[in-house]
Design a protein around this ligand. Structure first.
Ligand code: APR
Length: 261
C-alpha cells in the first residue's frame, strides 16, 4: 500500500464524526520504554510464561512482583511522547474519539487523553486474585519494600504468611497481583465491549505502534471496524499492513503531532 502525504489524512480526520485509535508499545518506545517483540523487547529478554501468566505467578509470585516492580519504576521514570500528547489534542477536537490501548503504562492518561480503554489492564493497580478487590500497585510495592522483606528471598511469602502478615496476602485469603491481562486470560468484558462498539462506529481508525499479533485487540483494526478507513502508522510492516487502507511507514511522533497541528 503506497505511503502518501498526511494532508489527505488530516482532511479525513477533519471530516470524521467518529474516530477510534488502537495503540501498542511502539508509541511508548519513543518515551524510552521497550516494546515486546522488537530489538531488546521484553519477550526477547524475559520468559513470558514465567512473568505474564497465571501459572507463572502461582509458581513464583515474588519473581513476577520483582519484574513488575522494575517495570513500574521504568514507567514512572519516563514522560509521554509527542505522539501521546498529539492523540490527547485530537481527542479534544473530535466529539466521538476513543483510544483503545494495549499498553499498561498509563502514558496516554498522563498525556491528557480521557476516553482511554485499557484493553490489557493497568500497571498502576493491583487486584486480589480471589475477591478482585483493587488497590494502588505502589501500595503493594511499598509493603514489599520493607527492611524484613527482600523481593529476592523466596521464603518471604512462606514465612510471613504463617502469621498472615504477608504483604502479598489479602484478608480474604487471596493474593495481590498486578491488574494486567496475562496470557490465557480474558480481557475485561466491559472494556472489550466498549472497544468493539467504538471500532464499529468509527469512520476513521488509526493503528499506531502495534505488531497486531495479539487478539482480540488486533481485530479492532480488521474485522471490527467495518465502516472505517484504516490507517496504520508503524516504521515496519506488520501482519495488519495487508488489511489496512493505508500504511504509513514512519514513527508515531513523525506523523501524529503533524496531524494534530
Ligand atoms: N512508532 C510507531 N510504531 C513503532 C515505533 C514508533 N516509534 N517503534 C516501534 N514500533 C512498532 C514496531 O515496529 C512493532 O510493530 O511497534 C510495534 C510493537 O510491537 P510489539 O512489540 O509486538 O508490541 P505490541 O503490539 O504492543 O504487543 C501487543 O502483546 O505481549 C503482549 O500484552 C502485550 O500489549 C502487548 C501485546
Amino acid at each position: 500500500m503506497p505511503v502518501t502525504e498526511p494532508d489527505d489524512l488530516r482532511a479525513r480526520l477533519d471530516a470524521a464524526r467518529s474516530v477510534c485509535v488502537l495503540t501498542g508499545s511502539g508509541i511508548s518506545a519513543e518515551s524510552g520504554l521497550p516494546t515486546f517483540r522488537g530489538v531488546g523487547g521484553l519477550w526477547r529478554t524475559h520468559r513470558v510464561e514465567e512473568l505474564a501468566s497465571p501459572q507463572g505467578f502461582a509458581r513464583d509470585p515474588l519473581l513476577v512482583w520483582s519484574w513488575y516492580a522494575e517495570r513500574r519504576k521504568a514507567h514512572a521514570s519516563v514522560e509521554p511522547s509527542p505522539a501521546h500528547f498529539a492523540l490527547a489534542a485530537l481527542e479534544a477536537r473530535i466529539a466521538d474519539f476513543t483510544l483503545a490501548t494495549q499498553n499498561v503504562d498509563s502514558l496516554h492518561l498522563r498525556a491528557g487523553s480521557r476516553n482511554v480503554l485499557e484493553l490489557h489492564g493497568k500497571m498502576r493497580e493491583a487486584k486480589c486474585n480471589r475477591c478482585d478487590e483493587r488497590r494502588p500497585l505502589d501500595d503493594v510495592l511499598a509493603a514489599l519494600d520493607t527492611p524484613d522483606v527482600t523481593l529476592s528471598d523466596p521464603n518471604v511469602i512462606l514465612s510471613l504468611s504463617k502469621d498472615g502478615r504477608s504483604p502479598l496476602l489479602h484478608h480474604c485469603g487471596g493474593m495481590w497481583r498486578p491488574d494486567i491481562v496475562w496470557f490465557g486470560e480474558a480481557l475485561p468484558a466491559h472494556v472489550l465491549e466498549a472497544a468493539f462498539d467504538a471500532a464499529a462506529r468509527a469512520e476513521l481508525m488509526l493503528v499506531v505502534g502495534t505488531s497486531g499479533l495479539v487478539q482480540p485487540a488486533a481485530s479492532l483494526a480488521t474485522k471490527r471496524c467495518t465502516r472505517a478507513y484504516v490507517v496504520e502508522i508503524n516504521p515496519e510492516e506488520t501482519v495488519l499492513t495487508a488489511h489496512v487502507d493505508r500504511s504509513i511507514r514512519a514513527r508515531a511522533s513523525d506523523v501524529l503531532p503533524e496531524l494534530a497541528r
